[in-house]
Write a new protein. Structure first.
Length: 416
């Protein structure tokens, strides 16, 4: 009897603090964490840039890595990995018809992600091996969870996402093997592999959700309106060219080969996007943001191709068109849409969120193209880009924190 009362008290405490709701679906903790964490490494990076631009020097740093390497790692393996986790932990149960990963198990996985971030922020004070273990544990744990769920109803088009997480884990492992002096020059390659894995994932997911969600939106406008079209051959070429670039870049192929492959990826994915009726979505931000994000993927590969062939901009700047424009925009698009849909809200982006979508594109323009147009103002452009990014995700957190922490509402109708 006493044990039963204790159990009931624990249940009331659990519900009273909203913990049960918060840990009911993967998108809740991980989308909120992604939104918050998108700002933190960027803020630290801006502080470092500002101090050095002013002629100062940061001493007694808490991180062991060079700041630009640490910043890249935390944006790929910290922020983006959290967003991917939130999406897949919510989507995979729908794909497989299984129970969501929730409750204490989800809480433990979330705690593993947090411990990895803490280790990376204080890597200068911790043993390198301990930092590697704490940080690598998250993607390995996520891979195990998703593989077990996907194996219950194995479908090739879904199992591929376990492969993506495996690639991210491998990239992060390469990063830490470099830090442990097991391999040389692994950190830059790890960041590149992680970014291209995210881009490949967007290419696959984009082919599913962009035309599907656009079609759902346009159907409400009448039976005569033209709908998006998809072609299996073009889809295969679009994904294949991006995969080819990932493989060739990882193998460190020559500039001419990489340039040709990047331009091929831009052409095939641009053709793919051209059939998705982008112009018809301008009235609905929750839809056009998907087209905007995919458009950055096309532009990013075009810029990469030009960077490999010519000196009009460098490959690092071009990669930021993919990292900030494509990955950043698509992460924001998926997080806002999934959060609204899975909490029973209408699929209508609040006006401040539409502004946040545009601010991410402004960030990408300033970071990827700005230095080539105004190299004398490099530090100012980096600072402006960082501020734009932080404001975008601050808007997301302010608007969506109550949604992600609050209860699900009765389903509302939406045309999107």
């Amino acid at each position: 009897m006493a044990n039963r009362k204790i159990t009931e008290q624990k249940k009331r405490l659990w519900n009273a603090h909203g913990i049960k709701t918060f840990l009911s679906y993967g998108f809740r903790p991980f989308f909120l964490a992604a939104g918050i964490y998108a700002m933190l490494p960027m803020f630290a990076w801006l502080v470092w840039i500002g101090v050095h631009a002013a002629g100062g020097l940061v001493i007694n740093m808490t991180i062991a890595e060079p700041p630009h390497i640490w910043h890249g790692h935390e944006m790929v393996y910290g922020f983006a990995s959290a967003a991917v986790a939130g999406f897949l932990l919510t989507a995979v149960p729908n794909w497989t018809g299984t129970q969501p990963f929730r409750g204490a198990s989800l809480g433990i996985l979330f705690a593993i992600w947090i411990s990895g971030r803490a280790a990376m922020w204080f890597s200068a004070y911790l043993p390198t091996l301990l930092v590697a273990i704490l940080d690598a544990a998250f993607l390995l744990s996520l891979l195990i969870v998703l593989t077990r769920q996907l194996a219950l109803r194995p479908v090739a088009k879904n199992i591929v996402f376990a492969g993506f997480i495996g690639l991210l884990f491998a990239g992060n492992l390469v990063y830490h093997l470099d830090r442990l002096n097991v391999i040389d020059d692994g950190a830059p390659r790890a960041l590149h592999l992680g970014l291209l894995t995210l881009v490949l994932m967007i290419t696959v997911i984009g082919g599913r959700v962009v035309p599907a969600f656009t079609r759902n939106s346009l159907k409400y406008r009448g039976p005569d309106i033209a709908l998006p079209k998809s072609f299996p051959i073009l889809d295969g070429l679009s994904i294949g060219t991006v995969l080819a670039y990932l493989i060739l870049a990882t193998a460190e192929a020559g500039s001419a080969i990489l340039g040709a492959t990047a331009i091929s990826a831009a052409i095939t994915n641009g053709l793919r996007l051209s059939f998705w009726r982008s112009k018809a979505t301008f009235r609905e931000p929750i839809v056009w943001v998907l087209h905007l994000g995919y458009g950055w993927l096309v532009l990013g590969f075009l810029l990469l191709g030009l960077a490999h062939f010519f000196d009009i901009l460098n490959t690092i700047a071009a990669r930021h068109a993919l990292a900030t424009g494509a990955v950043g925009t698509m992460m924001m698009a998926i997080m806002t849409r999934a959060a609204l849909g899975h909490t029973g809200r209408a699929l209508v982006a609040p006006r401040p969120i539409a502004l946040a979508y545009l601010l991410i594109s402004l960030t990408a323009l300033l970071r990827a193209i700005g230095p080539s147009l105004a190299p004398r103002f490099y530090n100012e452009l980096m600072f402006a880009a960082g501020v734009s990014w932080i404001i975008a995700f601050a808007i997301f957190v302010i608007i969506f924190a109550p949604i992600l922490l609050g209860p699900r509402l009765p389903r509302q109708a939406s045309s999107a």
